[in-house]
Design a protein around this ligand. Structure first.
Ligand SMILES: *[C@@H]1O[C@H](CO)[C@@H](O)[C@H](O)[C@H]1NC(C)=O
Ligand SMILES: *[C@@H]1O[C@H](CO)[C@@H](O)[C@H](O)[C@H]1NC(C)=O
Ligand SMILES: *[C@@H]1O[C@H](CO)[C@@H](O)[C@H](O)[C@H]1NC(C)=O
Ligand SMILES: *[C@@H]1O[C@H](CO)[C@@H](O)[C@H](O)[C@H]1NC(C)=O
Ligand SMILES: *[C@@H]1O[C@H](CO)[C@@H](O)[C@H](O)[C@H]1NC(C)=O
Ligand SMILES: *[C@@H]1O[C@H](CO)[C@@H](O)[C@H](O)[C@H]1NC(C)=O
Ligand SMILES: *[C@@H]1O[C@H](CO)[C@@H](O)[C@H](O)[C@H]1NC(C)=O
Ligand SMILES: *[C@@H]1O[C@H](CO)[C@@H](O)[C@H](O)[C@H]1NC(C)=O
Ligand SMILES: *[C@@H]1O[C@H](CO)[C@@H](O)[C@H](O)[C@H]1NC(C)=O
Length: 796
């Protein structure tokens, strides 16, 4: 490792080009590299490459190792063929374990923008930072977990529980990131919906297997697999199989998932890599379709890395090939798949070298100062490359666009003519005591991003309090703050004088990998903090920084005049929220999930067993099928506090009462003929547009603003099996409109959008009968409706 490090450190730093993309992205059409990926040509190059390898070299290309590179995932070089190996790094909202990088808004924040262009720009900028650090594979984006459980510890890394919104988000991210030539690794495949017992646990006495997500075929296709299909269609280079079991078989050795679904059905041509330590067999995994084991060979650094962690590929795979248990053809195929993305994305041409600081920061991050090794590496060098470019501006913009205005009584916001501002809450302040991992994280300090492998090291973050002080200067307003929640919860406000015009209360929910959340309420006495403040402050504005779903028992308090859900906005958190509060930018986010009145409304608690005697006892039956989030609330007729798709802004919008439906294909067959050959993303006809729907949106207020027009589809009742949701999101468009102006919006529905997964025929099928479409501004604010059948008849 030291040798590798010294070698890398001596390489010259790359010149940087931090420019923003300014590429126009619309429905994934206008990107270049990613729509024109020539997988056939890349495969030919990979085949020619493999033909020159001996067995040991082949096995090394499918086995990770800390002995061959400085990253959290490394594939070693083949020097004689000028292949420099792969450096892999988490993901998914920036470069984890690195210095001089940006903390981008989390996945859930990006989804809350409902803005394809920003999703693409975010993906592009993240990809740019990975590339300039010399990282070949970005371990992200994530769409697993989706958010079956609102308390899932990693929900914020992905794009929420709706497959359509998640699908659009992940495709835009893959397009944006890979446009740089960086490989994306879409994860975690699949039904990895809880952190509790996500992996096998091994004690001295016994082994307890990971949770098994037991999901039926239709639910898998219409819900959990949907966004992965989008990622594959967008050209994702790799897929990470998850820790959990599916139907009692580990995801990374499940031929039904890896061979049948990914390869045969979805035409995936890249490689499947195991989540770190998610491989549990040699022959079974290799033959099921796992292409790469990570992290593979460990090394001993002090007593920090377990040198004895089991490894299933490497030497074991070599023997399995020698013994005929894994065929040479299969081994070759594994290597071909590993190398195809390298060629398809042009990584063989002028890819940057790995950043010299890579191992020093990895060591510090993983093992913590002051271990001797980390200090040694750190002292020996090393300034990394600053790859942030001008990304702060984009991060700030996405922060505002992903902030959801939930309540705004009497136009409290934007703030106007203020003299005295009070700021309350530990979430307003700079981080005091660093990052720690009890269930609710550190006490004082705002949450820019969640914890675990998705955390990004803060370089130059701006807290809400710092930004508000700065912004208030312009108005000559005074700012007083209490950031100790214990004091606020005890009702001690003695430092506040004079009476503030507005009280800004910042609350947080911390979430992290390897632990699920314990509470729907925001952390650190949040409800008492709000009620104590609102008991005397008539103009209390609550801002949340959260991984997703919370309950808000104070939402109807008469003195709580405005509520903003700002999610995890990344390093420009403070500036983004100041922009929104003062109206320099309007909040334009919409909820990518449902906020319930009480947690009981949500159902589906995390499985959490105690004293399990059966080593295979952790089972999670997904008997609710597709009825998660708003689909459950619809099916059970439960009124949420704030529904999926909801979001206010500083103006108002109207929608024309008429929806125009146009058939783009006459009498489409219910099931398309099998294709000649399978394409990337699956049967090509699934991606053809069959119907176009048009509506119009008018800005009825007095400020310019951005509307999110949404389209929900109900399947013909008699044409689909039981378990079909009341309605599903099948289109959205974010549009900027001036006061008084009207704009047309069109939604195009693809064959797959209009089909259900027929489990008997194992295919997508169009149901017979009348579809209903409704358009509006949230899943419960629907302004226009139309009915149509696929034989061309329409009806209002
Ligand atoms: C696509 O590539 C062409 C030529 O290679 C270039 O002129 C064009 O600007 C690119 N478009 C985008 C959106 O990057
Ligand atoms: C899991 O089991 C269900 C119920 O038998 C079945 O519908 C589904 O296809 C199975 N999925 C996988 C990936 O094995
Ligand atoms: C390999 O195949 C041989 C012969 O079929 C069998 O006896 C042996 O158990 C297999 N080994 C593994 C690891 O599957
Ligand atoms: C740290 O560096 C010093 C000086 O180069 C060296 O003597 C020592 O062995 C190193 N310690 C470790 C644990 O690598
Ligand atoms: C909102 O305005 C109405 C009408 O002016 C007033 O009665 C009400 O008290 C106001 N509410 C708040 C919370 O200020
Ligand atoms: C917050 O205030 C309480 C009560 O005075 C005190 O015990 C605690 O140490 C303070 N917390 C911090 C982070 O200062
Ligand atoms: C699961 O149970 C354990 C032990 O009872 C508890 O410590 C933990 O907080 C629980 N996890 C969740 C997510 O409820
Ligand atoms: C709202 O604030 C006023 C003081 O400004 C206070 O008198 C009143 O009791 C508060 N309302 C509630 C419900 O706490
Ligand atoms: C089209 O399908 C609808 C619903 O199945 C049916 O009511 C209608 O008669 C059909 N029209 C034609 C022209 O086939």
């Amino acid at each position: 490792m030291r040798q590798t490090f010294a070698l890398l450190a001596s390489l010259a730093a790359m010149a940087l080009c931090g420019a923003n993309s300014h590429r126009h992205y619309s429905r994934g059409i206008n990107t270049n590299r990613t729509t024109n990926l020539d997988w056939d040509a890349a495969r030919s190059k990979a085949i020619a490459f493999v033909a020159q390898l001996n067995n040991l070299e082949k096995v090394n290309l499918v086995t990770g190792g800390f002995d061959v590179g400085p990253c959290i995932g490394n594939i070693g070089p083949v020097e004689r063929l000028s292949f420099k190996g792969y450096c892999m790094s988490d993901g998914p909202a920036g470069v984890n374990r690195a210095d001089l990088v940006s903390i981008f808004p989390s996945g859930i924040t990006a989804a809350a923008t409902w803005d394809r262009q920003l999703m693409y720009d975010r993906g592009f900028a993240i990809g740019e930072e990975f590339k300039e650090k010399g990282i070949h594979v970005m371990l992200g984006p994530s769409t697993g977990p989706m958010g079956r459980h609102p308390l899932g510890g990693r929900n914020w890394e992905g794009f929420g529980p709706d497959p359509y919104l998640s699908g659009v988000s992940i495709a835009a991210t893959v397009h944006g990131a890979q446009e740089n030539g960086v490989q994306t690794c879409s994860k975690h495949f699949i039904a990895n919906e809880q952190e509790t017992q996500r992996s096998q646990t091994v004690s001295d006495r016994d082994v307890t297997e990971a949770i098994s997500s037991n999901v039926d075929d239709r639910t898998l296709h219409e819900l959990y697999l949907w966004p992965f299909a989008e990622a594959i269609k967008a050209g994702t280079a790799s897929i990470m199989c998850s820790y959990n079991r599916i139907n009692s078989t580990y995801a990374c050795e499940n031929p039904e998932l890896l061979e049948q679904l990914l390869r045969k059905e979805l035409g995936f041509r890249g490689y499947v890599v195991s989540d770190w330590f998610a491989t549990h067999s040699t022959v079974g995994s290799a033959n099921a379709g796992l292409d790469v084991e990570m992290p593979g060979r460990m090394i001993k650094i002090g007593n920090l890395l377990p040198a004895n962690a089991p490894i299933y590929f490497g030497e074991n795979l070599l023997q399995a090939v020698a013994g005929g248990n894994v065929s040479m053809e299969r081994l070759d195929e594994m290597v071909i798949r590993v190398l195809s993305p390298y060629f398809v994305l042009g990584q063989d041409k002028n890819y940057p070298s790995i950043d010299p600081s890579a191992f020093a920061v990895l060591a510090a991050h993983e093992f913590g100062f002051p271990t001797i090794e980390a200090l040694n590496y750190s002292l020996n060098d090393v300034w990394g490359r600053d790859v942030r470019g001008n990304h702060a501006g984009l991060i700030r913009k996405i922060g505002a666009a992903g902030t959801v205005l939930l309540k705004n009584v009497n136009d409290t916001l934007p703030l106007k003519a203020l003299k005295n501002i009070a700021v309350f809450g530990n979430d307003a302040a700079d981080i005091l005591d660093g990052q720690s991992n009890p269930p609710t994280g550190y006490d004082v300090g705002t949450v820019y991003i969640g914890g675990g492998s998705g955390r990004i090291r803060p370089e130059d973050p701006v807290s809400p309090l710092a930004a508000i002080k700065e912004r208030a200067k312009k108005d000559g307003a005074r700012v007083k703050a209490i950031t100790n929640n214990t004091l606020i919860a005890n009702g001690i406000f003695t430092t506040i004088y004079p009476l503030p015009d507005v009280c800004l209360v910042f609350l947080k929910t911390y979430a992290a990998e390897s632990q699920d959340r314990n509470s729907f309420e925001l952390d650190h006495h949040s409800s008492t903090v709000v009620s104590n403040t609102a008991s005397w402050c008539r103009n209390t504005v609550v801002i949340t920084h959260s991984s997703g779903v919370n309950i808000m028992p104070w939402a109807y308090h008469p003195n709580v005049t405005a509520i903003l859900a700002a999610h995890y906005p990344g390093e420009q958190s403070g500036n983004a929220i100041a922009d929104v509060l003062w109206g320099d930018r309007a909040p334009s986010g919409h909820l990518p999930y449902t906020i319930p009145v009480t947690e009981a409304d949500y159902g589906l608690p995390i499985v959490n067993l105690t004293n399990v005697a059966d080593p295979k006892g952790w089972q999670s039956d997904f008997t609710e099928g597709q009825l998660i989030d708003y689909r459950r609330f619809d099916a059970r007729n439960i009124t949420p506090l704030y529904e999926f798709g909801f979001g206010l802004t500083y103006t108002t919008f109207g929608m024309g009462a008429k929806l125009t439906v146009r058939a783009l294909m006459d009498n489409p067959r219910a099931v398309p003929d099998p294709p000649q050959s399978i394409s990337v993303g699956g049967h090509p006809e699934l991606w053809e547009n069959l119907v176009e729907i048009e509506t119009s949106v008018t800005n009825t207020g007095s400020r310019a603003g951005e509307a999110v027009a949404q389209l929900y589809l109900s399947f013909p009742k008699s044409g689909v099996p039981e378990g079909t949701p009341v309605k599903v999101l099948r289109g959205f468009e974010k549009i900027s409109i001036k006061p008084g102006e009207t704009k047309k919006v069109t939604f195009k529905l693809k064959r797959r959008d209009l089909s259900f997964w027929d489990v008997v025929k194992s295919t997508w099928a169009l149901p017979v009968g009348d579809f209903t479409v409704k358009a509006g501004f949230s899943s419960r604010d629907l302004r226009a409706e139309a009915r149509f059948a696929l034989n061309g008849s329409t009806d209002i």
